[in-house]
Design a binder for this molecule. Structure first.
Ligand SMILES: *Cc1c(COP(=O)(O)O)cnc(C)c1O
Length: 397
């Protein structure tokens, strides 16, 4: 089907909450090909999802094998993959138990429910403090937690029980705590909000505050997790451990999968039948997750993040020095990179796309780079060459 026809079908039959740009037909590694056979370098990775590149052979084979064996039984029955994947996630994060879901919003929804349920049993507390410019997903509780009002417009009344304070401002956070506060919820790097990292000192102070005031620390690692920042989870850079952590995006490399880890000390918070899901943790999704975990471990992915990240940051900082009137900051960690610019990000995203480089905007002021974590130095250099051209052009106007 031609791109023109597909575009018409999108217009006629798909709710227009997105404006999808190009008709993509095929992907391999960090490359995508459109319906005309044109090749693109993908520095968006399906928004930090296809972290092992498109159609990673190990993940594809695991999905195909599992799809021919057992797809879904519901959680009325056991499958072998879910506890094995849970064990591996726990091994790389902190001791606890996992609840699987299908998306980041659902993972956060469950994490919020777990925190409320714990607060219900610990002093009748239910309020959660979140950060300005955070993003936690599109379900109503995740939206209420999200620190950007525009996402909530028209969907009121907002769910009660959420307050927002500026990121990296400990005094503001302390001042927001009341006798009804049960938890603090944050991303280690605010992704959609503009690739805004929380400082290690701030994260350590949050941990201490939660310990001192008997609050839970909820980490939304949906975007920053799964090796994206150069460690398995963003909070690991600061040496702290959250009480509950949500994950999604990279865990399935494109197969819908998410969930949360509930710290062992919170055992009993979600008893039999207190929460549920039909699909969450089914044999097929968790087979994809297991294949992702084994590739992450066996293919030197996190080492590669460090190597490629150092090169990209060095080059971007060079560009910032060359174009101080265009680039005001280069920030982030690992391969979660934000470039704050004085021009409209959407215009530069479009200019890059015209040169077959796919990047994203984040917030109102930043470009966002989220390449696959196993990208080669050579491909990363190619992408930054293109970006350099786009920025050079933009700096002229
Ligand atoms: C993408 C994202 C979500 C929502 O995930 P969905 O799978 O789109 O529901 C939640 N939190 C963060 C930090 C995200 O980046």
């Amino acid at each position: 089907m031609s791109a023109a026809l597909t575009k018409q079908d999108f217009a006629d039959y798909i709710v227009p909450t997105y404006k999808p740009a190009i008709l993509m037909k095929r992907g391999m590694g960090c490359r995508l090909w459109d319906d005309a056979g044109q090749e693109y370098l993908d520095f968006a990775a399906g928004i930090s999802v296809c972290n092992l590149g498109h159609c990673h052979p190990g993940v594809t084979a695991a999905i195909a094998r599992q799809a021919a064996t057992l797809v879904h039984t519901s959680n009325v029955f056991m499958n072998e993959n879910a506890p094995e994947l849970a064990k591996q996630i726990v091994r790389h994060s902190f001791d606890g138990k996992v609840f699987f879901s299908n998306s980041g919003a659902e993972a956060n929804e469950g994490m919020i429910k777990a925190a409320r349920r714990w607060g219900w049993a610990h002093g009748g507390r239910h309020d959660i403090i979140c950060l300005h410019d955070s993003f936690h997903g599109r379900t109503l509780a995740a939206l209420a937690a999200t620190g950007r009002a525009k996402y909530r417009e028209g969907f009121g009344p907002d769910m009660a029980g959420f307050t927002h304070v500026p990121a990296n401002d400990l005094a503001a956070l302390e001042a927001a705590i009341t006798e009804k506060t049960v938890a603090i919820m944050c991303e280690s790097i605010l992704g959609e909000g503009g690739v805004l990292p929380l400082t290690d000192e701030y994260l350590r102070a949050l941990r201490k505050l939660c310990d001192d005031r008997n609050l839970l620390l909820l980490a939304d690692e949906v975007q920053a997790g799964m090796g994206r920042t150069g460690k398995w989870w963003g909070w690991q850079h600061s040496g702290i451990t959250p009480d509950i952590m949500s994950f999604a995006k990279g865990i399935g490399n494109g197969f819908p999968l998410g969930g949360f880890v509930l710290g062992r000390h919170l055992d009993g918070t979600l008893p039999y039948l207190s929460h549920g899901t039909t699909y969450g943790g089914n044999a097929l999704a968790t087979a994809a997750g297991l294949a992702v975990m084994s590739a992450m471990e066996n293919e030197g992915v996190i080492d590669n993040v460090h190597r490629v990240s150092a090169r990209i940051f060095e080059r971007l900082n060079g560009l910032r020095e060359r174009f101080p009137n265009l680039i005001t900051e280069v920030r982030g960690r690992g391969l979660m990179i934000g470039i704050e610019i004085t021009k409209t990000p959407a215009d530069l995203v479009a200019a890059a796309r015209a040169k077959h480089l796919l990047i994203l905007a984040a917030g109102d002021k930043a470009l966002r780079l989220l390449p696959p974590l196993n990208i080669s130095l050579a491909d990363a250099d190619k992408a930054i060459d293109v970006l350099e051209g786009v920025l050079t052009e933009a700096a002229k106007n």
